[in-house]
Design a protein around this ligand. Sequence first.
Ligand SMILES: *Cc1c(COP(=O)(O)O)cnc(C)c1O
Length: 290
Amino acid sequence: MLLKMENTQPAGSFKLRGIGLLCQRAVAAGASHLVCPSGGNAGFAAAFAGAALGIKTTIVVPESTAATVCQRIRDIGAEVIVHGAIWDEANQLALQLCEQPGSVYIPPFDHPDIWDGNATMIDEAVQQAREQGVDFDVVICSVGGGGLMSGVLSGLHRNGLAHIPLIAAETDGAASLNAAVRAGELVSLPAITSIASTLAAKRVAAECFAWTQRHEVHSVVVSDAQAVSAALLFADQMRTLVEPACGAALAVAYENLPALAPYKRPLIVVCGGIGVSLSMLASWKERFAL
Ligand SMILES: *Cc1c(COP(=O)(O)O)cnc(C)c1O
């Protein structure tokens, strides 16, 4: 089993790879202001990228975002605007702000530069595996809006590994890719009911669904309890905290799901995430009676 430890990336998840590249290219093209509608790992990464690039950055978050998260983003140097009850309202304001010249909209997952940047984790994994004389016969990653998955697949293809299948993990209640695969077309979930808030995209990017028609992708759904249980086991075994969003991918291995049976050497993308703490893990543990 190989692990790509994206939790150790500067913004606590893989997000800086794609969002960082998008921000970098936007600034190179003349942007003077970055605007990102996310109180999660995407907003955190955009704030991080904006600070590194020395450019004004605004993160628009809904009222449900914890004050501690807003403070963490402000501490990096970004402006935080709290607007609207739900993400869609925060997003509307972000889009409005981007009508100003020089202001560029930074989406959380749906952009080719994001997929291009996220693909670098596979460039690295391929090189690292080669150096260590090991290889992998399947990749496991979790899916929210599909920016991670699109990057992973783009990375496999550009490294001559188009034959390596992908297991795409989601939690029950946030399984928008699974719903699309079942329907045979892009669909929107009526609501999100999973605790894995980082996977809470009601609809995946069109690119993510399109990949399922040109690559061997096995869509699997785990329960919130399984995702939390995996995060707890991982904390004990690896002394590392990850979000349930990441636990979903780990659960494929910990639960030994049937989708994994044909393979011997999985590479798991440990996507990480900042939305986890000892006390949050403890409260989920209690809630799911684990
Ligand atoms: C963003 C994120 C995901 C999901 O990525 P998508 O590109 O939205 O599919 C999963 N886990 C973590 C920790 C993330 O930050």
